[in-house]
Structures are given as structure tokens and as C-alpha cells.
Design a protein around this ligand. Structure first.
Ligand SMILES: CC(C)(COP(=O)(O)OP(=O)(O)OC[C@H]1O[C@@H](n2cnc3c(N)ncnc32)[C@H](O)[C@@H]1OP(=O)(O)O)[C@@H](O)C(=O)NCCC(=O)NCCS
Length: 204
């Protein structure tokens, strides 16, 4: 059995630059922009992201950015803001979460402010984070999950070349306490390398 990877030793870029967006590890000075983005998105996040209820003050945003900086350093959680390259506006968040370093396997999450939807920014963010997982974090498997009812979210992994592996029945409760089914999408290192070798299949 090989020795498990110590994730603290991994060199992780804290900024990823795409054609239209920049993903950046949270800094304390982002707290004001984060609070405004959460406030602008509260109603549209509530059905899918239960954490938004607890994110209830500018002070929470400040504590969050500090806490996430610490988690980033320990590779316990790698959350990032999504900023536009033109205009440098915070339009959402993404990141890698729920690590199993023995594989290594990890999960991607994402959300956008309502004004930023419909432009492909979430798909661009997922492509950048996917490349970070395989190129820098030695991922063997990256997953994305969402409710079967969240059709906009489900379109993102499909657009980025993830495979629908399973539908997990009664996997969790929704924001109103009803049981919900969860779609599980995954990309393995082999899938990723095949896509890198044949970028024309990568889609929009
Ligand atoms: C999930 C969520 C991020 C998806 O946002 P989205 O804007 O639909 O996804 P993308 O940013 O990838 O954009 C895709 C849309 O932009 C369009 N588009 C325009 N230009 C594009 C481009 N250059 N590239 C790709 N898509 C483009 C696509 O056609 C698509 O529109 P359509 O849905 O009308 O077909 C967003 O709905 C959201 O924040 N929801 C609430 C939080 C949430 O559910 N998070 C996920 C929890 S699992």
C-alpha cells in the first residue's frame, strides 16, 4: 500500500484565469462583494443551497472569507470567487470540496448571481476547476451532484463532458423537508485525458 498523499504538500494555484472569468481563493477584502452577491442571489439560491440561510450578515461574509483562507491553506476546502475579467465583478462562487485524498476524489460546487446566468460562466468555471483537480491535485475522480429538479445545474456537468453515473433515490431532503433524488455526474482521469487529447469533443 502506498503512503497516502499529504494534501498540504500540494502546490495549488490560488487564481485560475479563463477566457472571460477569473477564479480566485477568497481573501478577506472580498467579504463586501461576497455579501452583496449573496444578498442579490438569496431567493434563487434558497431552493438548492441551504447554507444561504446561515449566510445572514456582512459579518458572516467576513468570517467566511477568513475561515476559508485557513481551510485553503490546509487543503480542507478549496472555495473560490468567480470574477469577471472585464469589470472585475464578483458573479458567484465555485470550488472543490469533500476530498477523499486516498483516491484522490473530490466534488465541485457552483452558483452564480441571477444577472450572471445564461452566459456560460458556470460551465467556464467548472472547466477551470476540473483542470485544476486533475492537473494540480492529482484527482482520479471528480464529481458533481445536484437535485433532479435542478435542470439548469444538471446541464452544467453535461456541457463540460461529465458522465451521468447514477440517480440516487431519496438521497437527501430539500429546503422544505421533502425527500429528493440526486443526480451524480463524474469525470475520471482517463476521461479527462481523453478530452485533453481530443479538445474538439469538449463542447461549448
Ligand atoms: C446552476 C447555475 C450556476 C447554472 O447557471 P447557467 O447560467 O444556466 O449555466 P452556465 O453559466 O453554464 O450558462 C449556460 C447557459 O448560457 C448559455 N450560453 C451563452 N453563452 C454561452 C457560452 N459562451 N458558453 C456556454 N453557454 C453559453 C447557454 O446556452 C445556457 O443557456 P440555456 O440554459 O438557456 O441553454 C445557476 O442556475 C445558479 O446559480 N443556480 C442556483 C444555484 C445552484 O443551483 N447551484 C448548483 C447547485 S447543485
Amino acid at each position: 500500500m502506498t503512503k497516502p498523499l499529504d494534501p498540504v504538500l500540494l502546490d495549488v494555484p490560488d487564481e485560475l484565469v479563463g477566457p472571460r472569468i477569473v477564479l480566485r481563493a477568497w481573501r478577506e477584502e472580498d467579504a463586501g462583494a461576497l455579501w452583496l452577491a449573496v444578498e442579490a442571489s438569496r431567493a434563487h439560491l434558497a431552493p438548492w443551497m441551504p447554507w444561504v440561510r446561515d449566510h445572514d450578515s456582512a459579518e458572516f461574509s467576513r468570517a467566511y472569507t477568513r475561515r476559508m483562507r485557513a481551510k485553503w491553506a490546509l487543503r480542507e476546502d478549496l472555495p473560490m470567487g468567480i470574477w469577471t475579467r472585464a469589470g472585475h465583478q464578483l458573479i458567484g462562487a465555485t470550488g472543490l470540496h469533500r476530498f477523499d485524498w486516498t483516491v484522490p476524489a473530490m466534488d465541485i460546487g457552483y452558483w452564480l448571481t441571477p444577472d450572471a446566468t445564461g452566459h456560460g460562466y458556470a460551465s467556464e468555471a467548472v472547466r477551470l476547476v476540473t483542470a485544476m483537480a486533475f492537473d494540480h491535485l492529482r484527482a482520479e475522480r471528480v464529481t458533481i451532484t445536484c437535485s433532479t429538479a435542478n435542470t439548469r445545474s444538471a446541464a452544467v456537468p453535461l456541457r463540460c463532458g461529465y458522465l451521468h453515473e447514477a440517480t440516487l433515490r431519496s438521497e437527501r431532503r430539500d429546503h422544505e423537508g421533502r425527500l429528493r433524488d440526486t443526480l451524480l455526474y463524474a469525470m475520471t482521469r482517463r476521461d479527462y485525458l481523453a478530452r485533453v487529447a481530443a479538445p474538439s469533443t469538449a463542447g461549448r
